[in-house]
Design a protein around this ligand. Structure first.
Ligand SMILES: [Zn+2]
Length: 288
């Protein structure tokens, strides 16, 4: 041990501590491995400039990208009984909820806000994949019902951005009951003659696909989004066939008539505004 290792090196180290250099300045594209500077990534709405891969986004980003600047207000959502079954798998469900809340600063896997999109009134619900895989329990069901009621009250279209692994198994049958509940919620909107628009983002699967996520008057998806009910491996094992290339991806679903549009993130807001404008009832248009 010389004075170099004992004294000089630690000093140099303190000059270049990790805390002074944020470690998230560069992000790697999960599709093409390109390194992207964080400001460029922010400017491109988390779309890789090299390969066009649409990276996952959180609910806050979605609201910012969708609504007109400073036009939206998030609503407070109902708080259903947490952990009704006192469920425990490898961890207590209570602890999972607590962790997810700390990580996302959300109460559950969804946010609802109202505001304007290109000057058009709209209610938007966004699922948060970072909260226990965007899984649907009673809280998500309640939020979809609340969003539908708000849309009817405001005579505004309802737009839902989905991102979900499906029903939340820690709530057992209660999570499954959210499937018919959310379907009924979409009915409220449709019965009021208002548009219900779904934007499917990566990934949308399970009980969410099997309920409200497929009931939009207009079904939009982001490029490359994985959309399905069961996973490809499960299907392959069940039907004992090799699945076609691009199976369960947005573009494949568009080709096969399951969805109406695949829209790039950079064009999503303008597209939503245009669609809402086209679907606005004539009497409202006349009154405006
Ligand atoms: Zn890329």
């Amino acid at each position: 041990m010389s004075w170099l290792t004992e004294y000089v090196r630690p000093k140099i180290r303190t000059l270049f501590t990790r805390s002074s250099v944020p470690d998230n300045l560069w992000h790697q594209c999960p599709a093409c491995q390109q390194m992207i500077f964080h400001r460029d990534l922010e400017a491109s709405l988390k779309v890789c400039s090299q390969c066009g891969h649409h990276m996952r986004a959180d609910s806050e980003e979605r609201l910012l990208w969708t609504f007109d600047e400073d036009s939206y207000t998030r609503i407070e959502l109902p708080k259903p009984v947490a952990d009704p079954l006192r469920f425990r798998d490898s961890k207590r469900y209570q602890d999972r909820l607590k962790e997810a809340r700390e990580k996302t600063h959300l109460d559950d896997a969804i946010v609802v806000a109202h505001g304007t999109i290109g000057g058009e009134k709209a209610v938007v619900a966004v699922m948060e994949f970072g909260f226990i895989g965007g899984s649907m329990g009673a809280a998500v069901g309640d939020a979809i019902v609340a969003a539908a009621r708000l849309a009817v009250l405001q005579q505004a279209p309802l737009i839902v951005f989905t991102a979900s692994g499906g029903a939340r198994m820690q709530e057992g049958a209660i999570s499954l009951m959210q499937m018919p509940r959310t379907v009924i919620a979409t009915r409220l909107v449709k019965d009021a003659g208002l548009p219900f628009i779904v934007v499917l983002t990566d990934p949308t699967t399970g009980g969410v696909t099997a309920s409200f996520a497929m009931l939009g008057d207009i079904q939009i998806a982001e490029p490359g989004a994985m959309i399905g009910f069961a996973g490809a491996r499960v299907i392959e094992q069940t039907v004992r066939e090799i699945l076609p290339e691009g199976f369960q991806r947005a573009e494949y679903l568009l080709q096969h008539g399951i969805i109406d549009m695949v829209v790039k993130r950079s064009e999503m807001k303008a597209t939503l505004a245009r669609v809402i404008g086209l679907l606005r009832p004539p009497e409202v248009a006349a009154a405006a």
